[in-house]
Structures are given as structure tokens and as C-alpha cells.
Design a protein around this ligand. Structure first.
Ligand code: LLP
Length: 424
């Protein structure tokens, strides 16, 4: 459920008409709803109420905006980070270091040092090569890095191939069968303190069965590792729970069913469970608003050309993802159209043959469910500056990231010295 509803016939974010925001800051722009974010935190927490003291670490990659992170930090969430940049953002937003988990296959020695100096709660190590570097970096600082191995359980999550992470040949984690040897090496290295195990099989999961299968394997592994003498205190079950995008497909399992499955599978594990939800917390809490530049005649369907492009919202182009497009002031009429951006690529298509509310030149539209992996994946392709982000709370709203002016792009480039004094 979200707080983007029609009131007096026009689309609002909570109590603010989207048109008022568009008039003030222009388009495209991302708009987030505080009440929706807070609601999703509550729903996710309630779903895990049967578990002892779960550690919920928001996957910062889903939405690293400072206002979003501060909202989540104030709600008590930790953070799952995958870079030094995300770590800095989480700390700056007020997430206590002890609640931060560091994931990712490519942590550099510099990023490890930053995280060790901050005193983060856990490193999820993805390879023996990484393990050795981490031990050396920690030992050189006279400390021990708290670690879990990310286990690749060889389970197909059944989601889009590009966001599936738990198949044997995916780049993530260490093979299940090599775990014993890996933990033995970790126990022998000077700069490490073994804390637990971790797993994450993919994103936008719409079926609980693969997660259940992966967690069951992790449960067996915990027993084995304990029998081998390791103290396993945490089990990080990752993120991945899907959200509804397309009303025509069955809704993904809700957090309550996910929580019930987890409680059942993990009963008796005697660990602190860690969760890394991203999309399920912020997905429905954001929309991308855009203006219809023109409606161009097409062969089969008209092209609704909007001023947002694939650089602003990459998901349709990258994953053929569905985002419902709503008119901010629907007339009641409907039509079927292709929705495209201004970028010079055919891939800059948000939807083909989409049955939707009829819109015309100058109308405002909203791409729904754009709060996760929206602004954070944006780029400046076609020399388009990053779009602003707006946070709404009740009838208040504020710009929480400025639009990037073209001057900022121009200023970041410079000529090499040998070209400087020549006339162009
Ligand atoms: N933990 C780890 C280790 C992850 O790699 C991810 C997502 C998450 C947690 C959070 O997953 P979530 O709960 O948000 O599903 N750009 C893609 C999604 C990529 C997800 C990458 N990893 C998209 O737009 O669909």
C-alpha cells in the first residue's frame, strides 16, 4: 500500500498534489512519501515479530538519498552497504556503525579500512581472496574484522536473470561445498572474528520456495560449521522480497508470509537473524513525475514522448521492467500507447502497447513504484543532468536533492593542458 492517491480528481503524494511539485521544481523529478516508507518499515518489522531481535539492515543501493536514509535510521533500521560511498552515506544519515553490514564482491582494501575504522557490525565476505586481504588490513590496524561468508547456495531464484545472484555460476559468494574449508582458513587468520553466515539469492523474488530452499541449506550449514568448532552467532538472509509492479500479474508474497516462512525454517537456529530489504521498504514509496513533451503519431499506437528518459529510470530498459504510468489529472478516457523518452535509443522505451489513462501534450504523468533502483541508477546520458528528489510528509514537501544543472556537467570536464590556449 502507498500514499499516492487521487484526491479531488488529481494525483497526490500524501496531501500534496504532484502538479504543485512539478510546477515548482519542474520535471522530471522523483517524489518520495515519508508515510509510505514508515509504513513499510512497520509492516516488515511486524512480519518478523516472532523472531528474537532481528537486525534489519536497509539495502542502501535501493535508495541512498540522505532524507530517505535518515527516515530509516530514525525508524531504527541499520544499513547494508556495498561501497565506501554507501558506507559514508549511511553513517552521515545517522545509522550507527554497529548496525551496518558490508556486502559486495569487490571491496577494496581502502573500503575495508574505512569500514574497520568506523566499527561496522559485520563484513559479508564473498571469497577467500577477499578474506585474506581483509585479515591483513584488520591485523595491520591491530583489530579483528567481524565476518560472515556469503554462501552461494546454488538456488535459482526464478527472477530476472540479471538480478539473480544465487546460482553456482553467479559471481556472488563462495560455493556451499567449499564453506568448511573457507571457515577453517578464516579461523586460522589473525585479523578475523567469525560471526556468522550470509546468503542472498536475488531481487524481486515472487515465489518463496527458492528462498526457503536456500535458507534450509544455510540451516544445515550452520549445524555443520558448529560441529567443526565455529561459533555462529548471526545468519544474514539477505533481501530480495518482491513488490507489485504490474497489476496484471499475481502479487508477490507479502512480508507476513515471508516472515512466517523464515520463522518456520530458522526455528532452533539460535542465531541473530539479519535482513537486508531494499525494494520492499522503498519501492512503492516513490514515483517519477514527468511531463508529456508531445504525442507523436505511430503506426499501431501513438508514442507518448515524455521528458524522462532511460537515464532517469533505467529499469524498463535494463530488465524490461513494468512501471505503471498514471495521469496526474486523469480525464476518465483511456487509450493504448507506447511510452518513450527523448533519448536516442530504441531501448529508451518505458512501455509498448500500454493500455493507460489518455494523456496529451503538456500533461503530467507519474511512473509508479519508482522509489527503489530509480534515482540511484540514474545517469547523465545524452548530457541530461540528474533529476531532483523531493520528500513529502503530510502537506509538507521539500527538495532533498537538487536538480543537477548542465553547468555542473560542463564544469566537471576540462581540456588537457596542451589544448588549453588554442582557439577552438
Ligand atoms: N542484499 C544484497 C547482498 C543485494 O545484492 C541486494 C540487491 C539486496 C540485499 C537488496 O535486495 P532487494 O530487497 O532490494 O531486492 N537494480 C535491480 C535490483 C538489483 C538488486 C541488487 N542487489 C532492479 O532495479 O530491479
Amino acid at each position: 500500500m502507498d500514499h499516492f492517491d487521487l484526491k479531488d480528481g488529481v494525483l497526490h503524494a500524501e496531501d500534496v498534489p504532484l502538479a504543485a511539485i512539478a510546477d515548482a521544481v519542474g520535471t522530471p523529478a522523483y517524489v518520495y512519501s515519508t508515510a509510505t516508507i514508515e509504513r513499510h518499515v512497520r509492516v516488515f518489522r511486524d512480519a518478523l515479530a516472532a523472531l528474537a531481535d532481528p537486525w534489519i539492515a536497509f539495502a542502501v543501493k535501493a535508495n541512498p538519498n540522505a532524507a530517505v536514509l535518515a527516515t530509516l535510521a530514525r525508524a531504527g533500521l541499520g544499513a547494508d552497504v556495498v561501497s565506501g560511498g554507501e558506507l559514508r552515506r549511511a553513517l552521515a544519515a545517522g545509522v550507527p556503525a554497529a548496525k551496518i553490514v558490508f556486502s559486495g564482491v569487490g571491496k577494496t582494501a581502502e573500503e575495508m579500512a574505512l569500514a574497520l575504522d568506523a566499527g561496522i557490525g559485520q563484513f559479508n565476505v564473498e571469497s577467500l581472496e577477499e578474506l585474506r586481504t581483509l585479515s591483513a588490513v584488520a591485523a595491520a590496524r591491530g583489530g579483528k574484522a567481524p565476518i560472515a561468508f556469503r554462501i552461494n547456495p546454488n538456488v535459482d531464484a526464478g527472477t530476472h536473470s540479471k538480478i539473480s545472484t544465487g546460482r553456482a555460476d553467479d559471481k556472488f559468494g563462495i560455493a556451499y561445498d567449499r564453506a568448511s574449508a573457507a571457515y577453517a582458513e578464516a579461523a586460522a587468520l589473525p585479523g578475523l572474528a567469525i560471526r556468522g553466515v550470509a546468503v542472498h539469492i536475488g531481487s524481486q523474488l515472487t515465489d518463496l520456495a527458492p528462498s526457503r530452499a536456500a535458507f534450509e541449506r544455510i540451516g544445515r550449514l550452520i549445524q555443520r560449521l558448529r560441529a567443526e568448532g565455529h561459533a555462529i552467532a548471526t545468519a544474514d538472509l539477505g533481501g530480495g522480497l518482491g513488490v507489485p509492479y504490474n497489476p496484471a500479474v499475481p502479487v508477490p508474497p507479502d512480508p507476513a508470509s515471508y516472515g512466517a516462512m523464515v520463522a518456520e525454517v530458522t526455528a532452533g537456529w539460535d542465531v541473530r537473524l539479519i535482513f537486508e530489504p531494499g525494494r520492499v521498504i522503498v519501492g512503492n514509496a516513490g514515483v517519477l513525475i514527468a511531463r508529456v513533451v508531445r504525442v507523436k503519431e505511430g503506426v499501431e499506437y501513438p508514442f507518448v514522448v515524455v521528458d524522462a528518459g532511460m537515464n532517469d529510470l533505467m529499469r524498463p530498459s535494463l530488465y524490461d521492467a513494468w512501471h505503471t504510468v498514471r495521469a496526474a489529472a486523469p480525464s476518465g478516457a483511456r487509450f493504448t500507447a507506447n511510452i518513450v523518452g527523448p533519448i536516442c535509443e530504441t531501448g529508451d522505451t518505458f512501455a509498448r502497447g500500454r493500455e493507460m489513462e489518455r494523456v496529451a501534450e503538456g500533461d503530467l504523468v507519474a511512473f509508479m513504484t519508482a522509489g527503489a533502483y530509480g534515482a540511484t541508477m540514474a545517469g547523465t546520458y545524452n548530457s541530461r543532468g540528474l533529476v531532483p528528489e523531493i520528500m513529502v510528509s503530510g502537506n509538507n514537501w521539500a527538495v532533498v536533492r537538487d536538480r543537477q544543472p548542465i553547468e555542473a556537467l560542463l564544469a566537471a570536464d576540462r581540456l588537457p593542458p596542451w589544448m588549453e590556449d588554442e582557439p577552438a
